[in-house]
Design a protein around this ligand. Structure first.
Ligand code: KG4
Ligand code: ZN
Length: 324
C-alpha cells in the first residue's frame, strides 16, 4: 500500500505492507516557509505540495526497493484539511490509481492518526483513543477497525492551537508546540498555575480560556516566558489527563492509545505513562516522528479500509470538512 498525505503543510509518502509493516517513508515539510508568515498560508502550502509530491513518492519507492508496478493499492488523505493541499494529494493518488489499474482508498486524516499505533503492534480492542492535534482534541471509544465512537471533543480551540497561539503571544514562530516545550524545560520556579475549564463531568475539552489566561500571565510577568510556557503546558496536560481519567472510570478498558502531533510532547507522554502505571492499564504512544503528520498512518488505515472493500468512487474528491 502506497500512502500519501498532503492535508496541511507536510507532503509525505510511505509504503506499508498488510497495514502493519512499514517498508519506507519520506516527508517534505513546508513548515519553515510557513513560519515566515506566522502560520500556514493555504496557497503557499498547495504550491509546495505540487512541487514536492513527485520527488517524495519517487524517494519512498527507491527507499523500499520497489517500483510502481509493485504497488497493490494507493491510500490518500481525503480530508479534513486545506482544499488546495488535499487536491494535490487526491488528484495525484487518483491519477496513479487510474494509470496502474489499482484501487484508491480515501482515508480520514484523524482516524489515520490513530493508526500510527497499528504500525507498532496490533490494536487491542476495545480501547480508548485520545487524538490531540493542531485542529482537534477528541476522545474515542475504539471498538474495532472502522468502529470509532466519539465520547468528547474540544468545544473551542484544540490543544495544539493553544500551544500555537500561546507561542505567538510569547513572540515565537509556527508551529508553537515544540518551541513551548523547549522553553518550558528552562523553567525553574514552576509556581504559576493556570486554570483549566470545568466541563461539568462531560468528556469534552476547552482550551480557549487557558490561551487567554496565558496572555494575561505573560503581561504580568514579561521577564519569565519560560515560567509562562511551563504553566501553559502543565495546564494542558492536567486537562487532558483529568478527562481521560474520567472516561476510563466510565469505560474501563485495558488499553489507551494516544495520537496526533501534540502527543510528541514529552510532558504529555510522561503524564499518560504515569496514569497508566497508576491505573494498571497499557498506554500506547507512537514514536515522536509518527505522532505528527506522516503517510505511514495513512497507508495503515487504508489497508483496513481496502480489506473492508471501501474504495474511492470515480467522482469523489477531497472533503475539506469530513465528519468522522
Ligand atoms: O497532528 P499534527 O501534526 O497536525 C494536525 O493538526 O493534523 O499536529 C500539529 C500540532 C501543532 O499545533 C503543533 O504545535 C503541535 O502539534 N505539536 C506539539 C509538539 N509537536 C507538535 N505540541 C506540543 N509539544 C510538542 N512537542
Ligand atoms: Zn495531523
Amino acid at each position: 500500500m502506497l500512502g500519501i498525505e498532503s492535508s496541511c503543510d507536510e507532503t509525505a509518502a510511505a509504503v506499508v505492507e498488510d497495514g502493519t509493516r512499514l517498508l519506507a517513508t519520506s516527508l517534505v515539510s513546508s513548515a519553515a516557509i510557513q513560519a515566515q508568515y506566522g502560520g500556514v498560508v493555504p496557497e503557499v502550502a498547495a504550491r509546495e505540495h505540487a512541487m514536492a509530491i513527485l520527488p517524495v513518492v519517487d524517494w519512498v519507492l527507491k527507499e523500499a526497493g520497489l517500483d510502481l508496478a509493485d504497488i497493490d493499492a494507493v491510500a490518500v488523505t481525503q480530508g479534513p484539511g486545506l482544499l488546495g493541499s488535499l487536491l494535490v494529494g487526491v488528484t495525484f493518488a487518483k491519477t496513479l490509481g487510474a494509470s496502474l489499474h489499482v484501487p484508491v482508498i480515501g482515508v480520514h486524516h484523524l482516524e489515520a492518526h490513530l493508526y500510527a499505533n497499528a504500525l507498532m503492534a496490533p490494536i487491542e480492542f476495545p480501547a480508548l483513543a485520545l487524538l490531540v492535534s493542531g485542529g482537534h482534541t477528541s476522545l474515542f471509544y475504539w471498538q474495532g477497525h472502522r468502529d470509532l465512537r466519539l465520547l468528547g471533543e474540544t468545544q473551542d480551540d484544540a490543544a495544539g492551537e493553544a500551544f500555537d497561539k500561546a507561542a505567538r503571544i510569547l513572540h515565537m514562530t509556527y508551529p508553537g508546540g515544540p518551541q513551548i516545550e523547549r522553553l518550558a524545560r528552562q523553567a525553574r520556579k514552576k509556581s504559576f498555575k493556570l486554570p483549566v475549564a470545568d466541563m461539568h463531568g462531560r468528556l469534552d475539552f476547552s482550551f480557549s480560556g487557558v490561551k487567554t489566561a496565558t496572555a494575561a500571565l505573560y503581561r504580568e510577568h514579561p521577564d519569565e516566558p519560560e515560567e509562562v510556557a511551563y504553566a501553559l503546558q502543565e495546564a494542558v496536560v492536567r486537562a487532558l489527563v483529568q478527562t481521560v481519567k474520567r472516561a476510563l472510570a466510565r469505560y474501563p478498558v485495558g488499553d489507551l492509545y494516544l495520537a496526533g502531533g501534540v502527543t510528541a510532547n514529552e510532558a504529555i507522554r510522561e503524564a499518560f505513562l504515569h496514569l497508566g502505571a497508576e491505573l494498571g492499564i497499557r498506554i500506547h504512544i507512537p514514536p515522536v516522528s509518527y505522532c505528527t503528520d506522516n503517510a505511514a498512518m495513512v497507508a495503515s488505515l487504508g489497508y483496513y479500509q481496502w480489506q473492508a472493500g471501501e474504495t474511492m468512487g470515480a467522482f469523489e474528491g477531497p472533503k475539506v470538512l469530513f465528519p468522522l
